[in-house]
Design a protein around this ligand. Structure first.
Ligand code: RIB
Ligand code: CA
Length: 307
């Protein structure tokens, strides 16, 4: 039985690679893709999602979601993903059908009509998921779990304290963390270990064919950004939210109590992962703490090789 999935994202290079992995997986059935602002403005992340889904030969319904966080001013990451939000490769044109319905309505429809509980994979700010729960709280009864990239059990990347997805919309992260649903967190503490190297990107390019070559071109751009910042490779944050669902054996994870700061002057968006295992802090999240990087990269390369 394939796992029915709604994939919510803000493409973004690592969102694109997460879609490469998710769409290639024999274990997942992508029922819908929804998009929010994050790495770039919504009009850009929506175009990027269309281009990637067209490249991957997908046909899942696609809907646009939130153009801005619940309360705060939007922040974008052009320094990481370029002006378009997905620079570096001549991707196909964005002629991919878009639902008239917005993300929350499409998510509600898929979840309420699914005979099996639906899993949400979220790789951007959690705005769309927070809106879904606020508008249609009843959907929680048919959601199996949420696997998200966000937060960190260590330092941040957008500020010293906060990871980008949580920083962009801490109020939305708080709604998801307090939802009571089974949550699987891939935070920076593990995703920065899930990096891809130049040689591994070249191995994907060597598969030949239009799609692997374009995937490698996207990774070349993204690698350049990370190498300039002194990283050993390009951190594949979002694919961890897919791989830890399909191949949990590649990760070591632990249930912890996780909260997010929504008020701090210096700490807004900071995720607090309580590793003290206090009896008064009941675990609400399964937190990925380590990854078998080589096994993870093999999973990505196998996925890229299927196109
Ligand atoms: O902090 C990394 C996260 O922020 C990733 O999801 C990346 O795509 C950006 O959205
Ligand atoms: Ca993302």
């Amino acid at each position: 039985m394939k796992i029915p999935v709604i994939f919510d994202c803000d493409p973004g290079h690592d969102d694109a690679l997460a879609l490469v992995m998710a769409c290639a997986s024999e274990k997942l059935d992508i029922k819908a893709v929804t998009v929010c602002a994050g790495n770039a403005a919504l009009e850009k992340t929506l175009v990027n999602a269309k281009r990637i889904l067209r490249l991957l030969g997908q046909s899942a319904p696609l809907a646009a979601g939130a153009a801005r966080p619940l309360l705060r001013e939007p922040v974008y990451a052009p320094d990481i993903h370029g002006k378009s939000g997905l620079d570096g490769a001549p991707l196909p044109p964005p002629d991919y059908p878009q639902e008239r319905a917005g993300a929350a309505e499409l998510q509600r429809r898929i979840i309420s009509q699914s005979p099996e509980p639906v899993t949400i994979i979220a790789t951007g700010p959690l705005t769309n998921i927070a809106i879904l729960f606020s508008a249609f709280p009843e959907v929680k009864q048919n959601i199996a779990r949420i696997s998200f990239m966000g937060g960190s059990a260590g330092a941040g990347n957008w500020t010293a304290a906060a990871e980008f997805n949580f920083y962009a919309d801490p109020e939305a992260a708080d709604i998801v963390l307090s939802s009571g649903l089974p949550l699987l967190m891939s935070g920076l503490n593990v995703t920065e270990k899930a990096f891809i190297t130049r040689d591994e990107i070249d191995a994907i390019r060597a598969f030949g064919g239009r799609t692997p070559v374009l995937i490698a071109a996207l990774l070349d751009f993204y690698l350049g950004v990370y190498m300039k910042r002194g990283f050993p490779g390009a951190a594949l944050h979002d694919p961890c939210a897919v791989a830890s669902l399909t191949n949990p054996e590649l990760f070591s994870a632990h249930p912890y109590h996780v909260t997010v700061e929504t008020r701090g002057k210096y700490t807004a968006g900071m995720s607090l992962v309580d590793i003290r295992r206090r009896s008064d802090a009941k675990p609400n999240v399964t937190v990925n703490m380590d990854v078998d990087r080589k096994g993870f990269i093999k999973l990505l390369m196998d996925a890229a090789g299927t196109y």
